[in-house]
Design a protein. Sequence first.
Length: 653
Amino acid sequence: MRIFYLCTLLLVPFLVRGQADSTRIFRLGEVTILANRLADSTHTLGIGRIEAFNRVDASHALSLLPGVTLSAVGARNESTVYIRGFDLRQVPVFIDGIPVYVPYDGYVDLGRFTTFDVSEIQVSKGFTSVTYGSNTLGGAINLVSRRPQQKLEFDARAGIFSGTGRRLNLNLGSRIGRWYIQGSVSQLKQDIYPLSGDFEAKTLQAKGNRDNAYRDDRKYSLKVGFTPNATDEYTLSYVNQQGSKGTPTYVGNDAKQTARFWQWPYWNKESWYFLSKTALSGSSYVKTRLYYDRFSNLLSAYDDNTYSTQKKGSSFNSYYDDDTYGGSAEYGNRPGSRNQYRVSAHFKQDHHREHNQGEPVRTFVDDTYSIGLEDTYAFHPKWSVVPGISFNARNSIRAENYLSSTKEIVPFAGNNSTAWNGQIGLFFQPASTRRFSLTAARQSRFATIKDRYSYRMGAAIPNPDLKAERATHLEAAYDDRFLPWLKGSAHVFYSGINDVIQQVNNVQPNVYQLQNAGKAIFYGTELSVDATLGRVLTAGAQYTYLHRENRTNADLKFIDVPENKVITYLQGRFLKRFTAVANLEYNSERYSTSYGTKAGAFTLVNVKASAEIVRYVRVEGGVNNVFNRNYALQEGFPEPGRTFFVNLVLSNL
């Protein structure tokens, strides 16, 4: 009854975009399609909105958007999202346009990426700029950093939360003349998290607090920029992430699942990158991105939940040591008032090194290339068309196989792959706040090193000859501000996927292989509306429907994404000093395994309030999962019950 009452209160229209100062967004780090710049809350998250909902990592922040589903890889304690049903291998993650996904499997644990130093998060769905480069089968996610505008800018938070957790972050920036500098330090640490009171004790998990659920993530970043004139900019950035975490054990009811006793003593990532933009004339420019990224981690598997011995055959210490270097160049020109085109070229080389303790190191090297052309042509003051084409190639330079029987390293067969991508969009904008669009895109994703070469702990046969997956996307969209206080959007989309990399069972007795054997269709709709109700209230609602269908084998279920997702929101501002916000989220049930195990539907309510004490100082606090619901994003891995947080904020932004 309480949920019904709050639902009625909140189902006033949804999700106003955070009012962060857009001048502090690092525009050089953005990647956008020029005709698609109309600001809307369906593709972009500002830091104001992220902080309003207290979303401390990228995955939980992204789940505020329609078409984006928060999920988890429970067996690895990884936080992830799906974009219209596509996972992070198919929707790569970038920081300021620099790819940061792990070379081995194409994934990245978004729970390790805190939001404390971002200015906004951009999401492309289906129709995605070719200037991102390769592997954007389902879209792209871009975390954009900050850029200072004043002589001194500071933004700091110190907070505590349930599970003996703490949050500490400091952003400092300064702009003096043609130079600016932006730096940040942060830590997000938690020992455990409380389970719902409705959770029933299991053999490996008592009631109360979730075991082996610790995390400790520290992040340091520094950016130095030079702007010699109004058009040119040159920046050098450094980001260092250091993390460790435990993986809570499986405590579900699926007899096919086994408990794992895993910990990650370190999960570290380090990035250097240089970005520049130089005007060649009044109508042309060149942009460059150069980067070096390093990733290393240790996975330790233990015998039992004491996490003290490693004597069983299932126990090991697995080491990864990866690095990537690469760069891109983009040339843009406006030869006339109606036409602007961009040409881009990308290169990256991925190195993956792995071994278990006591075994030799195996090395894998891939080169990836991409060239693309994108044009924005306004054939009428209210109409524009955006065609784009790209060619991508991936070459396998080195791949090594370890023969445990002879303890030898031998080469795997090489594998090269190519793919053409093409897209076109038609945009009609009869007013500055109203737009209609029709888009079509043909995108691809290359098989990862893990896809091609992993034995999956003895359960699979490698397949070096995997081809690229391909998807065709169609979308019709309408965005409008109906009244000065009311705006909304409606998107209808369809994706047909061919050559899906899919598990084919019993290639040998009780052993499977990944093959380009699948065909699938994804389709759905995204609806959102938000309103400003006088000077005090803002409110809104969004709804996402997504259907995914395996056309090759209906018995193999697509996992981790519900068909229906609803978010509602209500925010009040009182006496210029006090703010209160409440939101409700509903997710229908979802499959957790391809053979049909499900995680149930759930409804969550979160609340937050803040008060300005004196200028530049405020206190904020809140409750997540107010009604202490027992729920899971993946069956057998229960999420936190009711949790509390309090933050002290010092900021002149």
